[in-house]
Design a protein around this ligand. Structure first.
Ligand SMILES: Nc1ncnc2c1ncn2[C@@H]1O[C@H](COP(=O)(O)OP(=O)(O)OP(=O)(O)O)[C@@H](O)[C@H]1O
Ligand SMILES: [Mg+2]
Length: 272
């Protein structure tokens, strides 16, 4: 069986912010993501996730190495061609949705199609079809500002998908959602992957990262591939640690209350 074509190819790609002092935010890395894969990148705050995402999403240029997107060496492109490549090949989904609140869901999705040259009627049809794909056909005419958080993120996903990009790049897609709503958005991302989309999710949450078929940990700018199942264990451990802290705090509160009661009883005995 022939290997699927690479979408992202990093060969020694690194990014150092000039400073002073210089910050090596992404150490030279090799990484290949192939068509149809679902890859997550997980790391704590300041580890280099946004730096990685900005380079992969053509929002920033690497300071070293070769980055090929769909086989195209991105270093050879001028700003205009990079913008065009980004618009055609990458669909972005951000933590804070970035929708126009007074425009309808459909208009928000149609905006992605403005530069394709498609006629308005076709743009409307494609936007509606994509909203239906994310389960929001019935909210096509509602202003985005009136939608729930989960619905807004699904409109944002529809906007990212409508151009049929090579890569869906998600930056903390569930960061602003409660646990239940986050689950529905993650289930939608799973479905899109099952439909054949190439998905890259950047997150600080090991539970979100464990859903990928491949996971990459980033620490101090160093990328290292890991088994997504190991992140599930890490997420469970994090919840257990948080629960242990809560229990310890509750015990402390109980002790304080007990001590106060004891003091109070002693005081009232003295008064009597
Ligand atoms: N423009 C910049 N100039 C200098 N240093 C920067 C710049 N942007 C980021 N950094 C530094 O690079 C490192 C990686 O930052 P980055 O924003 O990629 O982290 P992150 O993993 O996205 O963190 P978070 O989860 O908090 O968003 C940090 O030490 C940060 O302070
Ligand atoms: Mg960041």
């Amino acid at each position: 069986m022939s290997a699927r074509a690479p979408v992202i190819e990093f060969a020694g790609v690194g990014r150092t912010y000039p400073g002073p002092p210089p910050v090596p935010a992404l150490r030279p890395a090799d990484l290949v993501i192939r068509r149809g894969e679902y890859v997550t990148v997980v790391g704590p705050s300041g580890s280099g996730k946004s730096t990685f995402l900005n380079v992969a999403g053509l929002l920033d240029r690497p300071s070293e190495g070769v980055y090929r997107l769909d086989g195209i060496d991105t270093a050879t492109l001028n700003e205009r061609d990079r913008t065009a490549l980004r618009g055609r090949r990458i669909g972005f989904v951000f933590q804070s949705f970035h929708l126009l609140p007074h425009r309808s869901s459909m208009e928000n999705v149609m905006l992605s199609l403005l530069y394709t040259g498609a006629k308005r009627k076709e743009r409307r049809a494609r936007a509606l079809e994509t909203l239906e794909r994310v389960g929001l056909g019935h909210r096509a005419h509602a202003p985005a500002g009136r939608l729930s958080g989960g619905e807004r993120q699904r409109v944002a996903i529809a906007r990212a998908l409508v151009n049929r990009p090579s890569l869906l790049l998600c930056d903390e897609p569930t960061g602003n959602l409660d646990t239940t709503t986050a689950r529905t958005v993650l289930a939608l991302i799973d479905e899109l992957h099952a439909d054949g989309f190439t998905v890259l999710v950047v997150t600080h949450d090991p539970g979100v990262a464990s859903r990928g078929e491949r996971a990459v940990v980033i620490r101090d700018g160093v990328l290292r591939e890991t088994d997504p199942a190991s992140l599930t264990a890490e997420a469970v451990q994090a919840v257990q640690d948080a629960q242990a802290v809560q229990v310890a705090q509750a015990v402390q509160v109980a002790q304080t209350v007990h001590e106060e009661q004891t003091v109070h009883q002693a005081q009232s005995r003295c008064v009597r």
